[in-house]
Design a protein around this ligand. Structure first.
Ligand SMILES: Cc1cc2nc3c(=O)[nH]c(=O)nc-3n(C[C@H](O)[C@H](O)[C@H](O)COP(=O)(O)OP(=O)(O)OC[C@H]3O[C@@H](n4cnc5c(N)ncnc54)[C@H](O)[C@@H]3O)c2cc1C
Length: 460
């Protein structure tokens, strides 16, 4: 555990920063001790809200000399304890670095600071015909999304955060400022250092500026809901839709329990059956109709009971809002409980196997668990509600998590499709990566030899 700040260290920060940029107050510190995971930690020694790259560099260089741990913070919406300052020290909250620096529609690019929220970015882009398509559901910051390599419902067509980051300004643990990448559409110029930092969860440095690629807003969109008699046939249809090259813009799997909750909480009237929510984007209505016809045929071949589709924007929005709110809906339905979220991914051909396995694990362990996921990219989630204080109950949740992750890894998949490692997934890293995990640690030690950057994350 890190030592509290000495009086002279506090004085140094007070000399550099006014009250709105540095606090050791209880409320500021306690706002930074939990994300949405069940993990908690003692309050940090203080919180700094830098406004410029130079301020980040100044604090980092000084903290490096003083050996003070630094944990970056975005919106705090992580699910694995990723931004929790478990070793104390200072939290660097990046939300005051929230400028959209330049929009370059001619290059389909935008330059942003890390504290820009993704919804605000898309609000600012509206009217330009462009958008930033990575959508993790939560209103996360761009810095947090880069650090976790976030993805979401549209990833099956548009890709993950890593596919949108072109150039970054990064402050290293010793305060050195570097730039990775460039703004060219392609490059084969040496090691791709940008990719090393994307998904590194703030353990290697702090992103203080990023150039993001943008996508064109699709002209025509079509949403479909499909019901199936069982989970196996629903997930078979997923593998077939992807295998046929239909390129859905979203392809989500939901089990009966979640559909039932959504009907109650979101005022929907969906059939309570294993279901797929799909979305397709196309250049014309006619092309979308063709795609819908093909998708229907595939689903019916897999045993679908119903296939409803339409291009009504309101209907589409309501459906996706309900899907996005799944975690809140489950929370509301289990007052006083906490949630443990399984996040694993497998090759698409193995999706049916992992989904059926997860559903069975939930039943066998007798937990309140809801299986769903970004089926189109082989990503499964199980959101389970329980009381961390009730050891018997919580250990059954942990068992389901362990079983599903182990199964995913055994199928050549991963312990985390999108939420990152944080604290919760550290125990699976050696199992998934073998010798490569040792190399990851050597890289960490090279860039952060004092182990001060977001300590205790990714590595135990
Ligand atoms: C309801 C709900 C649904 C979600 N669904 C999805 C989903 O579908 N897909 C998905 O990917 N995620 C999902 N998430 C998880 C979460 O929203 C994402 O991981 C998101 O990227 C976290 O961003 P944040 O701004 O909240 O970052 P934080 O949680 O504050 O931080 C995330 C990590 O980034 C580091 N960090 C923050 N800023 C910087 C920076 N500037 N430089 C370096 N490191 C930094 C932190 O130290 C931490 O390790 C969901 C969360 C919720 C609450």
């Amino acid at each position: 555990m890190g030592k509290p700040l000495t009086q002279s260290q506090r004085n140094q920060l007070l000399e550099w920063f006014s009250q709105d940029q540095f606090s050791t107050g209880a409320s500021a510190c306690e706002l930074h001790i939990h994300d949405i995971s069940p993990h908690r930690c003692p309050p940090p020694s203080g919180v700094v809200w830098p406004k410029t790259t130079e301020e980040v560099a100044k604090v980092m260089a000084w903290a490096y000399q003083e050996e003070i741990a630094i944990t970056p913070w975005g919106a705090g919406t992580s699910t694995e304890g990723n931004p929790l300052p478990i070793e104390g020290g200072l939290v660097l909250d990046l939300t005051k670095m929230n400028r959209i620096i330049a929009i370059r529609p001619e290059d389909l690019q935008v330059d942003v600071e890390p504290g820009v929220f993704r919804r605000e970015l898309n609000r600012q882009l509206s009217g330009s015909g462009l958008f930033f398509p990575v959508d993790p559901g939560a209103d996360a910051t761009i810095g947090g999304m880069i650090a976790n390599n976030a993805s979401g419902v549209k990833t099956v067509k548009y890709g993950a955060t890593k596919d949108y980051v072109m150039q970054m300004t990064i402050v290293l643990p010793n305060g050195e400022i570097i730039t990775t990448g460039n703004r060219a559409h392609k490059s084969s110029s040496g090691y791709d250092l940008g990719k090393l930092f994307i998904g590194s969860e703030g353990t290697l440095g702090i992103v203080t500026e990023a150039t993001l690629r943008l996508s064109g807003v699709p002209e025509n969109q079509l949403a479909a809901t499909v019901t199936f008699p069982d989970l196996g046939s629903a997930s078979d249809a997923v593998a077939m839709i992807i295998g046929t090259g239909l390129e859905p813009a979203a392809l989500e799997l939901l089990t009966e329990g979640l559909i039932e909750l959504m009907n109650v909480e979101n005022g929907l009237n969906l059939d309570v059956m294993p279901s797929l929510f799909c979305e397709f984007h196309g250049i014309s209505r006619a092309s979308l109709e063709e795609v819908a016809t093909l998708a229907r045929e595939i689903c019916e071949d897999c045993g679908a009971l119903s296939f409803h589709y339409g291009t009504d924007d309101n209907e589409r929005r309501n459906l996706w809002r309900a899907r996005h709110d799944a975690w809140e809906t489950i929370n509301r339905a289990h007052p006083g409980k906490n949630t443990l979220i399984v996040d694993a991914a497998v090759p698409i051909s193995r999706y049916p196997e992992v989904v059926v396995f997860a559903n069975q694990a939930v039943r066998e362990q007798g937990v309140d668990g809801y299986v769903f996921g970004h089926a189109g990219d082989g990503n499964i989630h199980v959101v389970m509600a329980g009381d961390p204080e009730d050891q018997g109950e919580w250990s059954r949740l942990e068992t389901v998590n362990h079983l599903v992750v182990e199964k995913a890894i055994s199928l050549n998949g991963t312990c985390t499709g999108e939420h990152g490692v944080g604290i919760g997934k550290r125990k699976f890293m050696a199992m998934e990566h073998g010798e490569s995990f040792i190399l990851m640690k050597r890289i960490k030690d090279l860039i952060d030899p004092k182990g001060l950057m977001n300590p205790g994350k990714i590595f135990s």
